[in-house]
Design a protein around this ligand. Structure first.
Ligand code: GLY
Length: 327
């Protein structure tokens, strides 16, 4: 399967694994009342997060709000046909249809999501419109598409020649064996804190490659793929959505942080829980979480080696290998 070449972690992340840090922002430096950690910051999943963070940073560094930052950040992989797990060019379901899932959440609890949306390149923006322009949180399938078209989104074919070829190759054996690692990563989940100290997150994906028609993973489910609470911080997930849903993963991470765990320790405990429940088949399961506290401390943890996450502050642009439970 053609994947865009992997950015060598060692070269970018330097020696060792970094679990948290403090950024200093010069004139934009903002201190919270609780600590010396500085914002703004944006973190996101996988190596595709590096480019996405740049998009978010344009918004954050010019004083824009965290929600717009995460929306515009994830636009980058959503519009990139080479990213075959998000947006345009995403792997289709087993019937050859590209169906997208996305959600957004602000620290004040406002949230919106679309499930199984077809023919729209930026499901994240439709999710934002659900949040801002409807009394609902989730729209799905045909209804989500109808709403998107009413809002002026353009209908486009999302199945590229490459994703169609991958599907046709898959059809030869039709074996459903989800593998999520460096070369076949999935969701982009992004968390940001803006200069005003406000938090937001976004999560967007084409879901598990060659999934059953109608299958929804964790990514658009508030509390599973994403959760943000301005009193605490935010978390987002990647990997096998079914396992993240089973433990309400992102909500769990935020609640563990509320009770005093650091972002990394909270992510680890959520991963431990996945492990405890799925020990017998853990070799086939990858799940990763990233989290940021409202003060800008961040961390991540995953089941298997191979997960990375991207961090951008005024002083650093990094791709960091996530700590893991199992080699
Ligand atoms: N984490 C993406 C999915 O399971 O669909």
């Amino acid at each position: 399967m053609n994947r865009k070449s992997f950015i060598k972690l060692a070269g970018i992340a330097g020696a060792g694994i970094v679990s948290n840090s403090i950024s200093l922002l010069g004139e934009n430096k903002k201190k919270t009342s609780k600590s010396n950690h500085s914002v703004p910051i944006v973190i996101s999943t996988w190596n595709m997060g590096l480019g996405a963070n740049e998009g978010a940073w344009k918004v954050l560094s010019s004083g824009g709000d965290a929600l717009t930052a995460v929306e515009q950040g994830v636009w980058i992989p959503e519009a990139d046909p080479k990213e075959m797990t998000v947006g345009l060019g995403g792997f289709p379901d087993r019937e050859g249809r590209v169906t997208l899932d996305a959600c957004v959440m602000r620290g004040d609890g406002a949230c919106g999501a679309v499930l199984a949306l077809e023919n729209i390149v930026h499901p994240v923006s439709v999710a934002r419109a659900v949040m801002e322009k409807t009394p609902h949180v989730i729209l799905t399938g045909e209804g989500a598409l109808q709403f998107a078209l009413q809002q002026g989104f353009k209908k486009e074919n999302l199945l590229t020649p490459e994703s169609e070829k991958a599907w046709k190759d898959w059809l030869k054996k039709s074996e459903y064996k989800p593998i999520i690692n460096i070369e076949n990563h999935d969701t982009i989940g992004m968390l940001a804190i803006d200069q005003a100290g406000k938090l937001a997150g976004a999560c967007t994906t084409s879901g598990m490659a060659f999934k059953m028609r109608g299958r929804i993973g964790d990514s658009p489910i508030i509390g599973a793929g994403l959760f943000v609470d301005e009193e605490v911080g935010g978390a987002t997930a990647t990997g096998h959505g079914e396992e993240v849903i089973r433990i309400a993963g992102s909500h769990l991470v935020v609640e563990l942080m509320r009770h005093g765990k650091s972002p990394e320790a909270a992510c680890k405990e959520a991963v431990d829980r996945v492990y405890k429940r799925q020990k017998h088949r853990i070799k086939d399961i990858q799940v990763g979480f990233i989290a940021v506290s409202k003060e800008g401390e961040y961390g991540a943890y995953c089941v298997h080696k191979g997960f990375s996450y991207a961090v951008k502050t005024a002083q650093k642009t990094e791709l960091i290998p996530g700590k893991y439970l199992i080699d």
